[in-house]
Design a protein around this ligand. Structure first.
Ligand SMILES: *Cc1c(COP(=O)(O)O)cnc(C)c1O
Length: 217
């Protein structure tokens, strides 16, 4: 199926209040343009320089999301390009994003660690205290939580983790914290995430096709 057909199939099943973030990592700018032409606006990247290069190549149109774990020395590639940074897990990182953002604040989500799938992320028990510490940081606007649950063959295996993230955000909101966005769900389990209250789903291979294995080294 084409990118256009894949997008149409997902949109047909996605509630209108859930934002589809098309994860275009490792994909050429031409694929982003093809998705844009099909009406897709939100795109996700998880390598900082790749986001910078692709944003420059594609030009106006996309709304970029940074979904990877971000090193402080790469914040400069992301700020000013990404509307939302999904995986913030330290005060130092939030402060660096805020400092670089200046008068135009950047939206951030707290990356929540729910097991071995995420090397980074804030342990669930520390999320609400961390959220409180982020509220006063200049240049960033805390908007919610994101997670990648531990891998499981069965998409339903992610359900308890999605439910836990939603519950954590609800507790935070009851305490006055601005945790309105829930970034959860990928190609294989986004319908499960939506059922548990996802407001942003991050879908790559179900739109653009299988990615070639990442060459490391
Ligand atoms: C690659 C990636 C995705 C998309 O994964 P697919 O399985 O291709 O949909 C979503 N979230 C993050 C953080 C990613 O790195």
């Amino acid at each position: 199926m084409s990118i256009r057909e894949n997008l149409a199939a997902i949109r047909a099943a996605l509630p209108v209040n859930v934002t589809l973030v098309a994860v275009s990592k490792t994909r050429p700018a031409a694929d982003v343009r093809e998705a844009l032409a099909a009406g897709q606006v939100d795109f996700g990247e998880n390598y900082a320089q790749e986001l910078r290069d692709k944003a420059e190549e594609v030009g106006t149109g996309p709304r970029w999301h940074f979904i990877g774990s971000l090193q402080r020395n790469k914040v400069k590639y992301v700020v000013g390009r990404a509307t939302l940074v999904h995986d913030v897990d330290s005060l130092a990182l939030a402060e660096e994003i805020g400092k670089r953002s200046g008068a135009t604040p950047t939206g951030i989500l707290i990356g929540v660690n729910m097991g071995e799938a995420q090397k980074s992320g804030v342990p669930t028990g520390e999320v609400l205290d961390f959220a409180r510490s982020l509220v006063g940081v200049p240049g960033v606007i805390l908007r919610g939580l994101m997670t990648i649950p531990p891998p499981s063959e069965d998409p339903e295996g992610a359900a308890p983790f999605f439910a836990e993230l939603a519950e954590l955000a609800a507790r935070g909101r009851a305490d006055g914290l601005p945790l309105h966005e829930l970034s959860m769900g990928m190609s294989h389990d986004w319908p499960v995430a939506v059922r548990h209250g996802a407001t942003l789903v991050r879908v790559g291979s179900a739109i653009f096709g299988a990615r070639p294995p990442k060459i490391t080294g």
